[in-house]
Design a protein around this ligand. Structure first.
Ligand code: MV4
Length: 494
């Protein structure tokens, strides 16, 4: 493979391009009109506009992307995450065009894309499942009997659902029949597939996922776990590796189950097996993601493996460059997703112009981003603007490093989740490792973001406020004057 088209944008496009450049592989960027000046467009060796800003008129147009790959002579396509990264039809089209799709086969994607299909595939491979039914419900009375046998509350899930969509908790038998019918209707209208199944509801689970790498020579390894329980409405905000609750024995057991789940679908490339961990530390298979994930850097930091380079080498037919025995956890890594969202305003998107954008630096500080000072955050795409990743010898040091890196990250012009990251790092529940997927609902309130200012900060805030208000007064008194007063001059006692 001598030239790769990156069918994505933002930080992941740059991330993949950097790996390509280090490998001496040429890169092709595709971009929408909204990304004409984007960094990934400038960083690639070649860049081709594929349409107007809406994703369904640009980054989701598989046939157009393949056409650009042919025109530029790209012999590989890397889909990144999101967009077409788990689209089996696209990976087939790429293969039919004689181009290498850097990812798993269409068959693996399809097996794991259906929650019922994924459970049926892994259940005979020693992968523990949540007690429930692994078939689409056709007979409500039969399902009701099984729900009673596993015990309420139960969870109704849409097989084609994902990210929490299409889930309903049923607390008692008398609700069951109506909830099943509503779940089937909702699944039909949302996903075009009314297949639903039930599972025992695992209250307040932790979300632990295992990174998998598989080559086309029968080698399948896990690269340990990531803790992803700090989520808001199924959107991860803070991830770390390793988890603070896994014992070496649990890690070995879950790692084996993850490898077996990958083998169950003849997996190739980078993938992630998601587990639920209940309060008794029992783990259950949740689903498999057949793509490189946003949070892959924390795994890279504790293993020293460049996952994108491994993906490319697997796609070009190489064996994995390491065995399971070669892999060790060294240190601890934490990632904070920096999103253009206002945590003080229910995390609502807050896009705009980056009037200030200065990233932190230093030993063990990594920023995967895609913006420069002065750039506008386009409204059409995901509000994540960067990932702040820190690495240190211990979890305690990594938390302190994250706090310092957040303080050294200067963004103005938009609100971001930086302050939320600091709130998490300083919270006792997180610091002690005693948290689950309900952390934000349980502990976070917007007023907690206004950390008390220290004395100097108080003074500066007071001076700035006086400068502002006295300027207001001065301007109203000298509306005809076109003199510009510096804030300090305005600040002089009148
Ligand atoms: C569950 C569950 C409790 N019990 N399944 C959420 C999204 C989808 N990936 C599966 N999810 C869940 N499935 C059973 N049987 C709780 C969740 C869940 C969750 C899981 C992982 C991370 C965050 C979550 C937030 C809410 C609910």
């Amino acid at each position: 493979m001598k030239k790769i088209l990156i069918a994505n944008r933002g930080e992941i496009a740059l991330r993949v391009m950097r790996a390509c450049k280090e490998m001496g592989i040429k890169t092709v960027a595709v971009y929408s009109e909204a990304d004409a000046n984007a960094l990934h467009t400038r960083y690639a060796d070649e860049a081709v506009c594929i349409g107007p800003p809406p994703s369904n008129q640009s980054y989701l147009l598989g046939h157009k992307i393949i056409e650009v790959a042919k025109l530029t002579g790209a012999d590989g396509i890397h889909p990144g995450y999101g967009f077409l990264s788990e689209n089996a039809e696209f990976s087939r089209m790429v293969k039919q065009a004689g181009i290498i799709f850097i990812g798993p086969s269409a068959e693996s994607m399809e097996t794991m894309g259906s929650k019922i299909g994924a459970k049926q595939a892994v259940r005979n491979f020693g992968v523990p499942l949540v007690p429930g039914i692994d078939e689409a419900i056709t007979d409500v009375n039969e399902a009701k009997k099984i729900a009673s046998s596993i015990g309420y509350p139960v969870l109704i899930k849409a097989s084609a659902g994902g990210g929490g969509k299409g889930m309903r908790v049923v607390n008692a038998e008398h609700e069951f029949e109506e909830q099943i019918k509503m779940a089937q209707n909702e699944a039909k209208s949302s996903f075009g597939d009314d297949a639903v199944f039930i599972e025992k509801y695992v209250a307040a689970p932790r979300h632990i996922e295992f990174q998998i790498m598989a080559d086309n020579h029968g080698n399948v390894v896990h690269l340990f776990e990531r803790e992803c329980s700090i989520q808001r409405r199924h959107q991860k905000l803070v991830e770390e590796a390793p988890s603070s609750v896994l014992t070496p024995q649990m890690r070995e057991e879950m790692g084996k189950a993850a490898v077996n789940a990958a083998k169950a679908c003849n997996y190739s490339g980078a993938g992630t097996i998601e587990f639920l961990l209940d309060e008794k530390l029992n783990f259950y298979f949740l689903e498999m993601n057949t793509r490189l994930q946003v949070e892959h850097p924390v795994t890279e930091m504790i293993t020293g493996i460049d996952l994108v380079k491994e993906q490319i080498n697997v796609a070009r037919g190489h064996k994995l460059s390491f065995t399971q025995e070669d892999l060790k956890i060294t240190g601890h890594s934490i990632e904070l997703r920096i999103c253009a969202e206002d945590p003080a305003n229910n995390f609502l998107p807050d896009i705009g112009k980056l009037t200030t954008y200065k990233i932190p630096q230093g030993y063990g500080v990594r920023v995967d981003d895609a913006y420069e000072q002065g750039m506008e955050i386009p409204i059409q795409y995901d509000p994540m603007i960067a990932k702040l990743i820190v690495y240190a010898a211990t979890r305690e040091e990594a938390m302190e490093k994250m706090i310092q890196a957040v303080d050294d990250y200067h963004i103005s012009g938009i609100e971001t989740t930086l302050s939320f990251g600091k709130f998490v790092m300083r919270h006792e529940a997180f610091r002690s490792g005693n948290f689950d997927t309900k952390f934000i609902d349980t502990y976070f309130k917007p007023e907690m973001l206004n950390e008390p200012l220290d004395e100097d900060e108080e003074l500066v805030a007071a001076l700035a406020a006086e400068a502002f208000w006295s300027k207001e007064t001065a301007v109203s008194a000298t509306t005809n004057s076109n003199k510009s007063f510096s804030a300090w001059r305005l600040n002089r006692r009148q």
